[in-house]
Design a binder for this molecule. Structure first.
Ligand code: PXL
Length: 291
């Protein structure tokens, strides 16, 4: 019988927002749909995400994170990737570092999505101390996936809504490179020609990649999380950077298109469920041909 590829495993460290399709409610299905196992360490439990909702409930789960990681460590569970996102507080920086020490091996891919801001503003309750936390965490990561607001904050560049010139992006790449990650993916980049998408710098080869699609206008919540979840899982499974970028970007673009056609409220999240079957087919096709 043909030998089967070993299923890779990711530990996803994000909050769980019960409604609104972001963080773990996106990471779990998208990582799984990529053919990668998704274990999780929840950082906080909220009733909804904090964008455009008010009155959300929230419980900080800092005290659960290390006991979970210690238990996994005691069981000898190995992780091919650790993919983190929204943190409940800056105090979780130390905790995440300890999680790495407990469950990351030599070859574990560390992916950090510095989820703290969008459209020029910090998320509710966050400020520059969270930026400093993410600067340090990005230094420990192999891959980072900030949106353009987060990339500007982390690199020390001024935030610009749009358009984003090549020269502006290069300055951002330079600032983020100084933090140390090998692969930098900046989402929500507007070229100014009615297009929006993601630009990637692979530092070792100095190669730049870009995936742009026509812009539909406005904010679609959760798309950064969909991109980062797919990109993290594809790289963990072994896809080359350009392939991972194209596949993750198609999933985001298709999810946005379905949402646009459905006309559902933006804050409810995007209809990625409708885009997953095509994504799964493309992923299967990619890995049939060896990634
Ligand atoms: O999508 C990022 C995100 C994650 N978690 C929470 C959020 C947001 C964005 O607003 O509020 C709780």
């Amino acid at each position: 019988m043909e030998s089967l590829e070993r299923v890779k495993r990711i530990a996803a460290v994000h909050d769980i927002s019960g409604f609104g399709k972001c963080s773990l409610t996106v990471a779990l299905p998208v990582v799984s749909a990529t053919g990668v196992e998704c274990s999780c360490i929840p950082t906080a439990l909220l009733s909804t995400h904090t964008g455009e909702f008010t009155g959300w409930t929230r419980r900080d789960l800092t005290d659960q994170m290390l006991p979970i990681a210690r238990h996994w460590h005691s069981l000898g569970i190995k992780f091919d990737g650790i993919y983190s996102g929204y943190l409940a507080s800056t105090a979780q920086e130390r905790v995440l570092e300890e999680v790495y020490d407990l469950i990351a091996g030599e070859d574990t891919l560390i992916v950090c999505d510095p989820a703290m801001a969008d459209n020029g503003s910090y998320y509710a309750g966050f400020g520059h101390d969270m930026r400093d936390t993410f600067r340090r965490l990005c230094a420990r990561a192999d891959v980072i996936t900030p949106n353009i607001t987060e990339a500007a904050l982390l690199s020390g560049e001024e935030y610009r809504p749009a358009p984003h010139s090549g020269e502006y992006i290069e300055r951002i790449f330079e600032g983020l490179s100084a933090l140390g990650p090998r692969i930098i993916a900046v989402t929500g980049v507007h070229t100014g020609a009615g297009e929006i998408g993601t630009v990637v710098l692979e530092r070792e080869s100095a190669r730049r990649y870009s995936a742009m699609r026509p812009e539909l206008g406005g904010v679609f919540y959760g798309t950064g999380d969909i991109f980062a979840s797919a990109f993290a899982a594809l790289l963990t499974r072994g896809a080359p950077v350009g392939t991972a970028l194209e596949l993750a970007s198609s999933l985001v673009a298709d999810s946005i298109e379905y949402t646009y056609r459905q006309g559902t409220p933006r804050r409810d999240g995007v209809a990625f469920e409708l885009a997953l079957p095509d994504y799964v087919r493309r992923v299967a096709e990619t890995f049939r041909h060896g990634g």
